[in-house]
Design a protein around this ligand. Structure first.
Ligand code: GDP
Ligand code: MG
Length: 169
């Protein structure tokens, strides 16, 4: 059966949960001791929305600074980028803004960008209010989500809404 391919890249500081979100979506699993990604990981997932088949080609990158120079290899040609931060860490939110600036400058001109605050299950430890992320996303014309790879809250939604966005081009 034929399907529409979309290349999607995950960017953001290390330990914000990029790999956990991708693995939750692709395999339906979560590990509290998820191994740090080396370089980048490539996963694919087939989904069907309204009788249309899609094959999502997902690049899960390493967030460490020493891999930063590799990032353009992964976001070039990507139709969509998810920029992840951890709602319990102010630094990761600041870092996500840097990623967005870089993508807007060096990514494909029509790349769809979604800002994603992850780890919303850690209610007590939240330091970035939802409104803060939402406001930044709105100002910069980005989609916005809050997720938990642990509980799976909003994880499917992330991919489904992005795929629908990509389709409405
Ligand atoms: P990455 O470096 O951005 O790929 O982050 P990882 O996926 O490796 O996750 C880093 C750590 O955060 C791991 O210990 C994960 O189990 C944990 N983690 C990831 N997502 C969540 C989440 O939604 N909630 C909680 N509580 N922990 C998470
Ligand atoms: Mg990782």
């Amino acid at each position: 059966m034929s399907s529409i391919n979309h290349k999607i890249v995950f960017l953001g500081e290390s330990a914000v949960g990029k790999s956990s979100l991708v693995i939750r979506f692709v395999n339906g699993k979560f590990s509290p001791s998820q191994e740090p990604t080396v370089g980048a990981a490539f996963l694919t997932k087939k989904i069907t929305i309204k009788n249309v088949n899609y094959k999502l080609q997902i690049w899960d990158t390493a967030g460490q600074e020493r891999y930063h120079s590799l990032a353009p290899m992964y976001y070039r040609g990507a139709g969509a980028a998810f920029i992840i931060y951890d709602i319990t860490s102010y630094d990761t939110f600041e870092k996500s803004k840097k990623w967005i600036e870089e993508l807007k400058k060096l990514g494909d001109p029509d790349v769809r960008i979604a800002l994603v605050g992850n780890k919303i299950d850690l209610v007590e430890e939240r330091v970035i209010e939802k409104e803060k992320g939402q406001e930044y996303a709105e100002k910069n014309g980005l989609m916005f989500f809050e997720t938990s790879a642990k509980t799976s809250e909003n994880v499917d939604k992330l991919f489904i809404e992005m795929t629908q966005q990509l389709q409405s081009s």
